[in-house]
Design a protein. Structure first.
Length: 380
């Protein structure tokens, strides 16, 4: 029970008649009983709509914790309602009332590892719907036409004891921690490592920390973030390259036979995507394109480049969980996966079941970057 409460707090399709599916669309809300204490409840809201593929999808809001999670997999079989929320590892199962305005059910862990909690829902009207708190205001963005560089930047070798890493923009400061030049190249040009040709072996072995101040104020969009890293690579690593086409093994990201299970995003269509992880091997996105998803997948979830061939041009909210292909301990004598990970589907099945998409293997001419010159930077 405690584990469930913490999970929901950390969250910062249809099979059956078409008429039933239409009846489920709308806002549903109820009090979830988290213990036997009187009044120990959480307010939960589901907003259910029809996805781009004609199936049901939705969004869950935990009003008392300020969290939310996508519910990309919603089914109705007879009177049985099932709502799956992969990003928090939870599933709600209930029975639709005869009047179509109530659901009696329980919320439980998708892996079955905890006691289900009672959650009865009623259909909300404009008058009875609970107010969903407004999200925090977005950060002030750089002007869309800005072409930022670094006013000043330092590059140093990473402390060997450093384990975590990544890129962060906070205020007017850019920081990258424990990243290889290969990591930087992949981020800067939207590549898979197999699309780097002629690079020295140290681009994977050596790790660097970067601290810089962009010469334009505000939060960069994805294109501007890439421009910053590209200029850093040219200025501090003396990068020179040219582009070629090479036949590579790739995955084509395509729509599945039953259609995509994606919720159209309500955010700014020109805004940055939000791609988060709320736990091991989980994906939680807001305002993301299919190119964003392809980039995430080729960034570590699969072993080759991913090319978007879905034909979907919008922005979407969705979530997914999957079982890792490589044991958590790396190669050699590895312990078995924890039960909650072992019970999940692999990435290829999860994409089909949870997103209504598919990864198809192919060999095709793919753009690569050929490294002509690259130097190690001096510490400063």
């Amino acid at each position: 029970m405690k584990r469930f409460t913490l999970a929901i707090a950390a969250v910062a399709v249809l099979q059956g008649g078409t008429l039933f599916a239409q009846n489920l669309a709308g806002t549903w809300q109820g009090l979830m009983l988290v213990s036997e204490k009187p009044g120990d409840t959480l307010r939960v809201v589901f907003k259910i709509s029809t996805s781009v593929g004609g199936t049901l999808t939705g969004q869950m809001y935990s009003l008392d914790h300020g969290g939310q999670a996508p519910a990309p997999d919603i089914t109705l079989k007879g009177s049985t309602v099932k709502i799956v929320m992969p990003s928090v590892g939870a599933t709600y199962t209930g029975s639709l009332g005869g009047d179509g305005n109530s659901i009696t059910g329980k919320w439980g862990s998708s892996s079955g590892g905890s006691t289900p909690l009672i959650l009865n829902l009623t259909r909300a009207t404009a008058e009875t719907a609970w107010k969903i708190p407004e999200p925090p205001p977005p950060p002030r963005m750089m002007p869309a036409d800005a072409d930022p560089g670094f006013e000043v930047a330092t590059v140093k070798r990473t402390n060997p004891n450093q384990r975590s890493g990544g890129i962060r923009i906070q205020g007017h400061q850019f920081s990258a921690t424990n990243l290889s030049v290969s990591n930087l190249l992949v981020m800067a040009y939207g590549l898979h490592p197999t699309q780097l040709v002629g690079a020295p072996d140290w681009i994977d072995k050596d790790r660097y920390d970067v601290l810089g101040k962009p010469d334009v104020e505000g939060q960069p969009n994805q294109r501007q973030m890439q421009a910053l890293i590209q200029k850093l690579l040219a200025d501090r690593f003396s990068l020179k390259f040219h582009r070629e086409k090479k036949e590579l093994s790739v995955y084509l990201l395509v729509a599945g036979k039953t259609g995509a299970k994606l919720t159209p995003a309500e955010g700014d269509p020109t805004g940055n995507p939000g791609i988060y992880s709320t736990g091991p091997f989980t994906l939680f996105t807001k305002n993301a394109t299919m190119a964003d998803l392809a980039g995430f997948l080729q960034g570590g979830a699969v072993d080759r480049p991913v090319l978007d061939r879905t034909g979907l041009t919008g922005r979407y909210d969705f979530g997914m969980v999957w079982r890792p292909e490589v044991p958590l301990g790396g190669t050699g004598n590895n312990p078995p996966l924890p039960a909650d990970l072992e019970s999940r589907e692999d990435i290829y099945t999860a994409i089909q079941q949870e997103l209504g998409l598919k990864l198809e293997g192919a060999k095709t001419a793919t753009e690569v970057i050929v490294i002509d010159h690259l130097e190690k930077p001096s510490d400063n």
